[in-house]
Design a protein. Sequence first.
Length: 134
Amino acid sequence: MSAVQKSILIAFGLLCVGLGVLGMFLPVLPTTPLLLLALACFARSSERLHGWLLSHGTFGPVLKNWHETRSMPRRAKVSALVSIVVVGGVSVLFFVEGAELKLAVTAMLLIPIVIVLRTRSTESLERSPSELSR
């Protein structure tokens, strides 16, 4: 990979981290997907930034779980689902006009809901095989 490509990936990764931090305060921006995108950019461009993001005190544990097991803690899943339903519901009820557009936005909100519901819970991976068979 060329130095220019690495620089572009680093810049895009840093942009995603910045937007992810804003997403902690603005419900419109999805924090975790942006940080996962930044993690992917850093994995290909900067070992130092990749390690920094994985070991970050706030973001690190969730990113590390996803990076290693492709799972989410149950609490994060519940928080994500509540956020999607509340913010999406408020948007559809108060800011979207027209029945067709309301239906389209509601249908689009189902995509992240299905993704979160289909993602394994980290807690289920921590159980022993004998507990899982019960």
